[in-house]
Ligand binder design. Structure first.
Ligand code: PA5
Length: 441
């Protein structure tokens, strides 16, 4: 399914860089499988593609069908790991223009992933007087951004449909037992879905967190899980033939050779939010204790005309990981009998041929410019290939965190801004901190 090409690392890494990491990778893979490494309580995603709650899965599919029937719009409220996976998969498998398409599924808008007044007002105007449902997603149930957004959309639903009607249109995805959202959902009688204890936000796209919005968009979530299950099976085989081990070894060796940025590039505009999901996955998993590659992303060829200059000649701090999908369709470049634009050397050639030469030329140019390249070739974008790629990146992330010597499943740094914000907002219990912060601003 996935083909990893590391041939363009040859001039950058010493021979044997992979073999020298084999013992570390074995240890990392064993810790992921046994759940006994740092953060081992959060390795529930490792076996998830096979060991998930089938009864809940069927409820997710049923809820998605109900949402399709009852609403023209689904508002998905969540942030970070409770947001990016669903958007990534919907955009990659459907389109960034999903909402503009003629379809029998609801428009899907994402809310609660920021605090912009303008964005909120725009979203309310976009919903207009259409029927809508809400899927509120928060593992902790206390994150400020989605909590504020949910209060607003809950109020709108209750005003429009009454309390009883609103209850039929609110779907809460949260912790099995704890948190303010769980309490609210139980009290109000919303249908609830579970973020499993052992799965952290950024690894949760294949739980109800991602699956309900994805299914509501008409995507075959069973096929998505099957793709992930295939990856799980293939990538659990130990040894340096395993592409997950190879990728983890390469990025660790590049990091140790002095590279500090991994640039994820793709030639599909629909990949943009997948890259955002990937950035959270790697950024939150590795970026701690003063360590970790900074995950960045670009969209080719568009960004070759903006970031391309820096990549080619700026500070030599990065390597590139390029994801290339087989195209689904064919488009032949037309002939122009007058050849005014001088492009007839391309007449009759598929556009994908041009893209392929752009990819090959770019790889060589960047390698010549001192940017090592990792190429991931994928078949066509489909539920199955996307499920596979999700699991591949998650698994490599777990391996990479352990190779780096960090806990890839916590995010202590995220708390700092939250505490400051609570204090500055005047949340009870933060009075002393508020005074200290105010004196510094
Ligand atoms: O990956 C993570 O753990 C975070 O990005 C969380 O998903 C994010 O902060 C939202 O948290 P919650 O789902 O508790 O609202």
């Amino acid at each position: 399914m996935l083909k990893l090409d590391l041939s363009q690392l040859a001039g950058f890494l010493p021979q044997g860089y992979a073999v020298s990491r084999q013992t570390g990778l074995k240890k990392a893979a064993d810790m992921l499988a046994a759940g006994n490494g740092p953060g081992g309580d959060f390795t529930g995603w490792v076996a998830l593609p096979e060991q998930y709650d089938r009864e809940e899965f069927a409820r997710i599919q049923a809820a998605a069908e109900r949402i399709k029937k009852q609403s023209q719009v689904l508002v998905v409220v969540g942030i970070g790991g409770s947001y990016l996976g669903a958007r990534a998969v919907i955009e990659l498998l459907s389109s960034p223009n999903y909402n503009l398409k003629v379809k029998d599924t609801p428009d899907i808008y994402f809310a609660g992933n920021g605090l912009s007044t303008d964005a909120l007002l725009e979203l309310i105007a976009l919903i207009g007087d259409r029927d809508f449902s809400v899927n509120v997603i928060s593992k902790s149930g206390t994150t400020t951004e989605p909590a504020v957004a949910f209060r607003i959309f809950k109020g709108m639903l209750e005003q429009k449909y009454g309390k009883e009607g609103a209850r039929e249109r609110i779907y809460a995805t949260t912790d099995r037992a704890r948190g303010a959202l769980k309490g609210l959902a139980d009290q109000e009688g919303y249908e609830t879905f579970v973020v499993p204890d052992a799965v952290g936000g950024r690894y949760s796209v294949l739980t109800a967190v991602g699956l309900l919005p994805i299914a509501a968009a008409g995507i075959d979530i069973a096929a998505l899980m099957e793709g992930a299950a295939r990856a799980m099976k293939e990538l659990s085989i130990p040894g340096m033939d395993n592409p997950a081990w190879q990728y983890a070894a390469a990025r660790h060796a590049l990091y140790e050779s002095g590279k500090s940025v991994e640039l994820l590039a793709c030639y599909e505009p629909s990949f943009r939010f997948f890259a955002e999901w990937w950035k959270q996955l790697y950024g939150e998993s590795e970026g701690k204790e003063g360590k970790g590659l900074f995950p960045a992303s670009v969209e080719f060829t568009a960004d070759l005309h903006s970031m391309g200059q820096y990549i080619q000649q700026g500070q030599r701090l990065m390597f590139e990981t390029v994801v290339r999908f087989e195209p689904k369709g064919t488009f032949l470049i037309p002939d122009d009998p007058e050849n005014v634009d001088g492009l007839n050397f391309l007449s009759g050639k598929p556009l994908s041929f041009v893209a392929e030469q752009a990819l090959r030329g770019t790889i060589l140019a960047h390698v010549d410019g001192g940017v090592p390249n990792i190429l991931i070739r994928m078949p066509q974008i489909s539920e199955s290939s996307v499920g596979y790629l999700i699991y591949f990146f998650e698994y490599v992330c777990g391996l990479s965190g352990y190779l780096l010597g960090v806990n890839p499943f916590d995010q202590p740094g995220v708390e700092a801004y939250k505490k400051n914000m609570f204090a500055l907002l005047g949340k009870p219990g933060y009075e002393e901190m508020k005074q200290k912060l105010e004196s510094r601003l």
